[in-house]
Design a protein around this ligand. Structure first.
Ligand SMILES: Nc1ncnc2c1ncn2[C@@H]1O[C@H](COP(=O)(O)OP(=O)(O)O)[C@@H](O)[C@H]1O
Ligand SMILES: [Mg+2]
Length: 239
């Protein structure tokens, strides 16, 4: 495997001094899609926030392109090419589609905007529409498109399908997969539509109560549904 772009090593992170994830190891290579699965409250969002430098690490290490993630300077992590699409999408209701795309990159890059919009044709005709007036699916497309305009090295998307019809998810996941492959972006997805996510992923991890309880190639997890279901519902062994 080529060298990982995003790495977590024995990662511990949480809230108010209480760990929510413990001992998480992961590595995502350029062009690879890794999906983080697991029930509500398993620690998926906490993991993404810690990797983005938006939550302090309570233990272990996280690195992007070999540089440690420093929560005191999350902008450095962003500058190295990390983009997180949070589960609330992080859009500004009064700003238009075009304005979001303009703001997403440090310098104006109309050719890049055009190339990204070509992946999300539904947004093409909506350039002058305010984000607050878009449908949920269009908002999600915009959030992802804006992240991609910045030519990220790492793209993390939290609960892309929250509140969306499966049809929309079915359209967007392959677009992300294609971009990852074409541009060598390391992608970390958090997704509830397990089958749709595994279909576009190389590998997946299942988190349960803050620990990785199962990991493997996406195709193996897809064919071993019993193991996958057990990982979701069984409590991890106490350490
Ligand atoms: N802002 C917060 N303050 C305190 N506890 C939190 C906060 N966010 C999440 N938690 C707790 O951390 C654990 C993991 O949550 P989270 O990472 O959001 O899980 P997931 O994204 O897998 O649903 C849960 O027990 C949750 O209650
Ligand atoms: Mg979450």
């Amino acid at each position: 495997m080529s060298e990982a772009v995003l790495v977590a090593d024995e990662l511990v992170a949480g809230h108010n001094g209480i760990p929510a994830v413990q001992g998480v190891d992961l590595a995502v290579a350029a062009g690879e899609v890794l999906t983080l699965l697991g029930p509500n409250g398993a620690g998926k969002t906490t993991t993404l926030l810690a990797l983005a430098g938006l939550l302090p690490l309570m233990g272990g290490r996280a690195a992007i392109l070999g540089a440690p993630v420093d929560h005191r300077r999350p902008y450095r992590t962003a500058r190295r090419g990390m983009r997180l699409v949070p589960d609330d999408r992080g859009l500004f209701a009064p700003l238009t589609v075009q304005e979001h795309l303009r703001l997403a990159a440090p310098t104006s890059d109309p050719a890049r905007e055009k190339a990204v919009l070509a992946r999300f044709p539904a947004l093409e005709g909506l350039r002058t529409r305010k984000a607050g007036l878009l449908s949920g699916g269009e908002q999600q497309m915009l959030a992802i498109a804006a992240a991609l305009v910045a030519r990220p090295k790492v793209l993390m998307v939290d609960e892309m399908s929250l509140g969306l019809a499966p049809m929309v998810v079915q359209e967007m996941l392959p677009a992300i997969r294609e971009m990852a492959r074409a541009e060598g972006i390391a992608v970390l997805l958090v997704e509830q539509h397990v089958e749709l996510a595994l279909a576009v992923s190389d590998r997946a991890l299942v988190l349960n109560q803050g620990r990785v309880v199962l990991s493997g190639a996406a195709e193996h997890l897809l064919t071993d549904r019993e193991k996958l279901t057990a990982a979701y519902f069984d409590s991890p062994e106490p350490h």
